[in-house]
Write a protein that binds this ligand. Structure first.
Ligand code: GUN
Length: 297
């Protein structure tokens, strides 16, 4: 029987433990604060940010949301970031990506003070992650590690194949998997659009992570029997539904489920874990900045 990995359930447990961290911080006189900044009119980005704000409310984190007109000059975003950097009530800052073309993403990432960079995207934090001294593990890779741990899926000595080399998922996740650390010690391969004979690589994976951003790119025929399949993709595809679309992953779920030993659904797999780990990084940031100690899950 294929095990369906329930990200909602694992994320819910983590949120409960984070709510305890928030109580500890409150007892120490600190309300953790997360600022989200949206400079986009993309409906999916708007939905993601709203969900992050809802999550904050649920666990007692003070959510601050700033919206900037996507046509506004870049300075408006940089001024906002400066203000949030200086605000002692804000412990974490997340600027939802992508930003408009006239705003340099690279500069946005560098403008956020590394201590408040709960995405873990600032070069200082990327460097620390690669060096095995992470300040903030990026939320999706961290969520994938926590999911595997929750289901006792061993990474040590496993052949892990990641399809996708993004700065947000593929690269940091590969760096975590190769570390000499829990949920690490894996033999890790990153595949991408120029990989030759992709199927030869994916079918050798004990753990296959699909993070290419291409709907249903990986199907059952590309998998090793019994593999663990982690689907990071969230793609809106046209469908005859009320909203006019449905969400599918980067994995063709029905065929993959027949071959995999364990698999994450979309939605309800990695997505809720990403959101939970943002809360994790926010309470970690609040603790670090205020000296109030907490026990993170
Ligand atoms: N856009 C898509 N995923 C992410 C993420 O993890 N963080 C930010 N800031 N923007 C995103």
């Amino acid at each position: 029987m294929t095990e369906i990995i329930d990200g909602n359930a694992v994320a819910s447990e983590i949120r409960t433990e984070i709510a305890d961290c928030v109580k500890t911080l409150e007892d120490g006189g600190v309300t953790p604060g997360l600022a989200t900044v949206l400079m986009s009119d993309d409906p999916a980005s708007d939905t993601y940010v709203s969900m992050k704000q809802q999550d904050c409310e649920e666990v007692g984190i003070n959510g601050i949301h700033v919206e900037i007109d996507p046509d506004a000059p870049a300075e408006e975003l940089f001024d906002t970031i400066d203000r949030l950097n200086d605000d002692p009530e804000v412990h974490g800052i997340l600027v939802q990506l992508p930003v408009p073309d006239h705003v340099a993403k690279r500069d946005v990432i560098r403008a956020i003070t590394p201590e408040k960079d709960v995405d873990g995207f600032h070069p200082e934090n990327v460097g620390r992650l690669v060096a095995g001294d992470a300040r903030f593990k990026p939320c999706t890779p961290h969520g994938v590690q926590k999911l595997l741990a929750a289901y006792d899926i061993e990474t040590e000595g496993a052949d892990v194949v990641i399809v996708g080399r993004s700065d947000i998922v593929g690269k940091p996740l590969a760096n975590l998997f190769v570390q000499k650390a829990p949920q690490g010690n894996a033999t890790t391969t990153i595949c991408h659009s120029r990989t030759e004979d992709l199927e030869a690589k994916t079918s050798s994976a004990d753990i296959l992570v699909a993070a290419a951003g291409v709907p249903e790119f990986i199907d059952g025929s590309m998998l090793q029997s019994g593999a663990t399949v982690i689907d990071v993709g969230v793609n809106r595809v046209d469908a005859d539904t009320e909203k006019g679309y449905k969400l599918v992953g980067d994995v063709e779920y029905e065929s993959a489920k027949e071959i995999a030993g364990a698999i994450t659904p979309v939605p309800g797999g990695v997505g809720p874990m990403t959101r939970a780990m943002l809360l994790y990084n926010t309470v970690a940031a609040a603790s670090e900045q205020t000296g109030v100690e907490i026990e993170l899950p």
